[in-house]
Design a protein around this ligand. Structure first.
Ligand code: FAD
Ligand code: N01
Length: 545
């Protein structure tokens, strides 16, 4: 993205709050801030609302937190009127839901679509953010809230020759709106993360052949997705308030996961097996939370990893393929655990071939297909399911500068530092939703988004009633928070994995464990205490820059 401002075509428009992004976070921000009497505008790069669920339209895309939990809690009426049709909603349904929210709460009139924010410069004298868009518009705002998403910047692989490919190619995170027809085609899929694990079984049903190019196998658990049971839906609706309270009191923002109380090493092998079988049968990511030490103790982790490895071998009929699909290079649950419908079973199909890039490394993309060291694999279509520049990518794609002219890119050159994942020292009146240093991607994100939006909106409301204009995180409070985030991460096995949580998937990105592992409940209490203390750790009305 260009850092050069485009000259404004019109006089700057002025708002109280500018929201960047119109996914789950941006929509709720518009609703909350406008409800407090602020003049609000949202700018969205896409042509519609939805964020993740607008962009990721690949076959098989769906959530892996159950639909009844992966939804807004702010409106009991909305909760009651919306009917989910599946245990885990698919992308079209989630996008329909978000469109419904945007219409029901009349949010669209505040949103400008097909427009990217390219630059935001804080004018200390005026206490205003001067924001530039790629359409040449300048907007001035007292408050700038980045609701730009943790997984919204698709990452293409650093493979030589991508541009030479003669067939059609797609990145999963930028999928076309019209359905892609794979009939009769040989399709190459690069990557085997959560996205591919959802996509491959669907593509294999249609395509003549699928070649899966796998560099690192991942652990995947069965979703047990099913049509929503109307009685179960009704039961949850009757108890929604209680469920929402449980979500906020839980470590992950998911009320249906039991909070583990026992070590994997303190139960007998027979009982362990029964507990793991129960988690496997229940479906979803809850299996990873069967014991309380899975992400802390390598021996406990091995108990769960070994169980899943045995399941992979039981599902895949060719033992060589099964072994190639079996992760042995990282602790289970320290990379985002995947959830699937018939992923491993798909490798029993005659039209699906696994290309193990650890044995035969990928060399280049050629006009006809994918070249590995040992051979050329001709394909008609290429799917890049190669992930995202996660957590910081969208923030840093915007040229954000403070009153002293210092950019966020320079400020975060050694990795992101934030106070509570909400604010950055030196950047007044700038907030992030689910920023690095908050539970974000390690939680049910809708719960974390609502908590952040409520905190930000309450903060702005408090500032206005207390006659304050400027809020800025203190450097010492930020340092203290960053140390705490690191200490919590270092006490686990998470930081040992080469995952996007640490930026390891983007060459040159500083290796920092970005999300906060202290859990949704503990984190929420800390944020609430900061607010109740009159925004401790922040300087109010501080000089900027
Ligand atoms: P997003 O939905 O990413 O929205 C951000 C928006 O900001 C985007 O529309 C983008 O276009 C816009 N934007 C960014 N930069 C700019 C700019 N400079 N100018 C203008 N607009 C900009 N989380 C879960 O908790 N459970 C799940 O089951 C789950 N499933 C997922 C499945 C997939 C395929 C993916 C990719 C992610 C999934 N997630 C899941 C994470 C998901 O991203 C969040 O749950 C949630 O949708 C994020 O909402 P958001 O509004 O914060 O960000
Ligand atoms: O991306 P990823 P994703 N050559 O980064 C491979 C959420 N999500 O889009 O591991 C060959 O996980 C890379 O290989 P390696 C969820 O939070 C949720 O799948 O680097 N391969 C890896 O296999 C998730 O974690 C759902 O060796 C290359 C893959 O590409 C996040 O989004 C569904 C390569 C990228 O995997 C991202 O998931 C979908 C190269 N040069 C997404 N470069 C749910 O179910 C990269 N790869 C809720």
């Amino acid at each position: 993205m260009s850092a050069q401002p485009v000259p404004p075509l019109t006089a700057p428009s002025t708002v109280d709050a500018l929201v960047v992004g119109a996914g789950f976070a941006g929509l709720y921000l518009v609703h909350r801030l406008r409800g407090q009497g602020l003049k609000v505008r949202a700018i969205e790069a896409g042509s519609d609302v939805g964020g993740t669920w607008y962009w990721n339209r690949y076959p098989g895309a769906r959530c892996d937190v159950e639909s009844m939990e992966y939804s807004y809690s702010f409106s009991p009426e909305l909760e009651q009127e919306w009917q989910w049709t599946e245990r885990y909603a698919a992308q079209p349904e989630i996008q329909r839901y978000l469109r419904h929210v945007s219409e029901r709460f009349d949010l669209r009139r505040e949103i400008t679509f097909d427009t990217k924010v390219t630059q935001a410069i804080y004018d200390a004298g005026a206490n205003r953010w001067r924001v530039q868009t790629d359409r040449g518009e300048q907007i001035e705002a007292t408050w700038l809230v980045m609701a730009t998403g943790c997984l919204s910047v698709p990452k293409l692989p650093e493979i030589e020759g991508c541009e030479r490919f003669a067939g059609a190619s797609y990145h999963s995170g930028h999928w076309p709106h019209e359905p892609v027809d794979f009939s009769g085609k040989t399709v190459g899929v690069i990557g085997t993360g959560s996205t591919s694990i959802q996509l491959i079984p669907k593509v294999a049903e249609q395509a003549a052949r699928v070649l899966v190019f796998q560099r690192t196998p991942n652990f995947s658990l069965p979703s047990r997705n099913a049509p929503m049971d109307p009685q179960e839906q009704q039961r949850i609706k009757q108890n929604y308030r209680e469920m929402r309270t449980q979500q906020r009191r839980s470590p992950t923002g998911v009320s249906s996961y039991p909070i583990p109380t026992r070590s994997a090493l303190e139960v007998s092998p027979e009982e362990r097996e029964q507990m793991l079988e129960a988690g496997w049968a229940r479906g979803g990511t809850g299996l990873g939370r069967t014991f309380n030490d899975v992400v802390r103790d390598p021996a406990a982790n091995e108990v769960v990893a070994d169980f899943v490895r045995r399941k992979i071998h039981a599902k895949v009929t060719n033992p060589e393929v099964a072994e190639a699909l079996t992760p042995r290079d990282h602790y289970i649950a320290t990379k985002r655990i995947c959830v699937d419908t018939d992923y491993y079973e798909t490798y029993n199909r005659p039209n699906v071939t696994l290309v193990d890039l650890r044995r035969d490394p990928l060399v280049s993309i050629e006009p006809q297909g994918v070249r590995t060291r040992d051979q050329l694999h001709p394909v008609d279509v290429l799917v890049y399911a190669t992930g995202f520049d996660a957590m910081t990518g969208a923030m840093l794609a915007v040229d954000i500068r403070n009153g002293a002219g210092r950019s966020l890119r320079d400020t975060w050159a050694d990795g992101p530092k934030t106070y509570l994942g909400l604010a950055v020292a030196g950047f007044p009146n700038l907030f992030m939703v689910t920023g690095p240093g908050s539970p974000s991607v390690l939680s049910n994100m809708v719960v974390s988004i609502e908590q952040h939006v409520d905190w930000i909106s309450d903060c702005i409301g408090w500032m206005r009633t207390h006659g304050k204009q400027r809020i800025e995180a203190r450097t010492d409070a930020q340092e203290h928070w960053v140390t705490h985030v690191n200490e919590v991460a270092d006490a686990t096995l998470f930081a040992k994995a080469n995952s996007w949580y640490t930026g390891a998937n983007v060459p040159g990105k500083p290796r920092v464990f970005m999300p906060y592992l202290g859990g949704v409940a503990a984190y929420g209490e800390k944020c609430a205490a900061v607010a109740q203390g009159g925004y401790t750790g922040f300087v109010l009305d501080a000089a900027a820059g």
